[in-house]
Design a protein around this ligand. Sequence first.
Ligand SMILES: *Cc1c(COP(=O)(O)O)cnc(C)c1O
Length: 231
Amino acid sequence: MPEPSTPLTSIRARIQDACAAAGRDPTSVTLLAVSKTRDAGEIAALADQGQRHFGENYLQEALGKMPALAGRGLVWHFIGPIQSNKTRDIAAHFHWVHSVDRERLAQRLNDQRPAALGPLNVCIQVNLDDEDSKAGVAVGQVAALAARFHQWPRLRLRGLMAIPRADAEDGNRAAFHRLAMTLSHLRNTMPALDTLSMGMSADFPVAIDEGATLVRLGTALFGPRPAREPH
Ligand SMILES: *Cc1c(COP(=O)(O)O)cnc(C)c1O
């Protein structure tokens, strides 16, 4: 019997198609369902279809939903901007953080990661457009921050994340390529790095073509978000 078609099955098929077009193994790309603004019931519905990885941007909102979803083996990724006073809860409740962009934050996450949990998986967020207003480390500063991770045993550096500007004419191909080259360069000295977190609903096939190992999709899975997001 064919699987009933849902947004999740159709996105999985599009990821497979993008992998096939790029000559990549479809299991090399992880789908992160970005569940900001979605309630626990909507998340449970995707989890019932086998979705494991969920991404959240707002700490209080995420903490409110997690208890109802406990025991399902979900993997929680924090992908939003981080205020220093939020690091303790992030370190205690998430498996991954994609938005680390300064040494002080990494130090706090390391110090506050509970000893009973394994190391916290971390991606360094890179500011590819060198816009002052945006979060992220400039490309030229990534290697220096990455080199510090050996002093943080409670963190496991996994790779790089970026949110390119939304209006690039090339569908962000040049930006994704730049992030992939930056990771490739780091891997010369840190071969264990295995994660390129890039690509969202509008541009994930291009990101996969450029080497994304994790795509972060919200709208494509859940439909449009409410215009104003809670903070
Ligand atoms: C909201 C968000 C996404 C998902 O965006 P969509 O366009 O809805 O797929 C991905 N990454 C980050 C960092 C986000 O904040």
